[in-house]
Design a binder for this molecule. Structure first.
Ligand code: FNR
Length: 417
């Protein structure tokens, strides 16, 4: 990790800024207004995003001195895989807003670092293509799949089985996005990503998606022809991988209705614990629930037999005024008592932030926006370096705090201020 630090000492400029504030500022200058609104934006007035920062700042690291920390361990074991650091790439949909080949580049970046990339269900490339790219860097490079539970179980089964075939080491089910949150920055621009089909390739590369759409097309004809047919046709016309027989009938663009049609399929508002039990029977892969914030939900997750939890408020993008990720992490880690793996994301942007998360009870930390900003600035190398910088700072923070192993950090290294 110290290579980055030493390069700086020798006057080499890094591919992306090494602090989050500058990284964010440069990415903003580079990105389109639409891309910036979607990627940087939060829900409502941005209070959850602010809370994520504030809660982390209420914990201070208390370094210990005169300890030999020259030999440090950052490695962890997670679901049978050894990772070089306790860090993962959060699933991020609609990445094409930052870069044309977003998912392919991020997969490449993650594989170079040996850290898992969680493929988004709203990826801009089919997971098979991303997996192949990762394998070309390093065979079997770790990857997971993130699932949005569709209103149609056929699609869920198909996606899960594709993930298994693509070498996913776990399935992360996102619980907090049964509907999209109130996103003023997108709404004010009149833009949501799906309006231009960013983030639907994972679906449109799936045969069962087209089976479901074809059925809905039939229903639409009898129920509400003027709106529904236009909507579905538009969805087809903007999507890649449209089967030929359907493509022949395309006309009338009507983006708003198309978005609605897509939203109708992508996520299930009635999602319940029963569905998680169903998933347990559907796959032998470890199941991780993403978006858990309440300790009772965490206990329930343990009871239904999941393997891990990602404490997350979706980067402050779903419920404005929600509990911060760090505060929820404390509650969840205490409730779970080590029975399942606890990961966290939402607002962890530096090595010190990751250090605090581990000390508060996380086994690993997922990083979202930093890798997207790196991607926007410098493609695969930028996504890689944005995360490599965080890992390098984690390593220094560990040693300078008098600690030698990420696995043994606990709350005794912190003080609430
Ligand atoms: C996300 N997130 C997300 N989560 C998920 O489960 N599936 C998805 O498709 C997406 N898409 C997505 C797009 C964009 C642009 C962002 C910024 C976030 C949430 C993501 O996985 C993660 O929870 C947060 O990004 C973590 O917070 P930070 O690190 O961005 O603050």
């Amino acid at each position: 990790q110290n290579e980055i630090y030493r390069a700086g000492v020798h006057g080499r400029t890094p591919s992306v800024p090494t602090d989050f504030a500058t990284l964010e500022k440069r990415a903003k200058a580079k990105m389109s207004a639409r891309g910036w609104a979607y990627i940087a934006g939060g829900a409502g007035e941005g209070r959850t995003m602010a809370a994520n920062r504030a809660a982390l700042d209420r914990w201070a690291i208390v370094p210990r001195m005169l300890r030999d920390t020259s030999d440090r361990n950052l490695e962890i074991e997670l679901f049978g895989q050894t990772l070089p650091a306790p860090v993962l790439f959060s699933p991020v949909g609609a990445g094409a807003l930052a870069h044309d080949r977003a998912d392919i580049h991020i997969g490449h970046a993650a594989a170079e670092l040996g850290l898992p990339y969680i493929f988004s269900n709203q990826g801009c490339a089919p997971m098979e293509d991303v997996a192949a790219e990762m394998d070309s860097v390093s065979r079997g490079a770790p990857r997971w799949f993130q699932l949005y539970w569709s209103t149609d179980d056929r699609l869920v089964r198909s996606l899960v089985s594709r993930a298994e075939q693509s070498g996913a080491a776990a399935i992360a089910v996102t619980l907090d996005t049964t509907m999209l949150g109130w996103r003023p920055q997108d709404l004010n621009l009149g833009s949501l990503p799906f309006a231009r089909a960013e983030g639907i390739d994972q679906y449109t590369s799936d045969p069962s998606f087209w089976e479901i759409v074809a059925e809905r097309l039939k229903d639409a004809v009898s129920e509400k022809p003027e709106v529904s047919i236009g909507a579905i046709k538009t969805l087809f016309s903007i999507a890649k991988n449209v089967p030929g027989d359907i493509r022949r009938n395309l006309t009338a663009p009507e983006p708003r209705a198309a978005v609605e049609t897509f939203l109708d399929i992508y996520s299930r508002p009635t999602l319940s614990w029963t569905d998680i039990v169903t998933l347990r029977d559907m796959t032998s892969l470890p199941i991780v629930l993403k978006g858990v914030l309440h300790p009772d939900d965490a206990r329930k997750a343990v009871d239904v037999g999941v393997d891990g939890i990602i404490v997350s408020n979706h980067g402050g993008r779903q419920v404005d005024g929600s509990i911060s990720s760090a505060d929820a992490l404390v509650d969840v880690a205490d409730a779970v008592e080590g029975r399942v793996k606890v990961l966290v994301d939402s607002g962890f942007y530096t090595g010190a932030d990751v250090f605090k998360a581990l000390a508060l009870g996380a086994d690993a930390v997922c990083i979202g926006r930093p890798h997207m900003y790196g991607l926007a600035l410098a493609g695969a190398a930028g996504a890689r370096d944005a995360v490599a910088n965080i890992v390098a700072e984690l390593d220094l923070t560990l040693g300078l705090s008098g600690q030698t192993d990420v696995r043994t950090l606990d709350r005794s290294v912190l003080k609430k201020v």
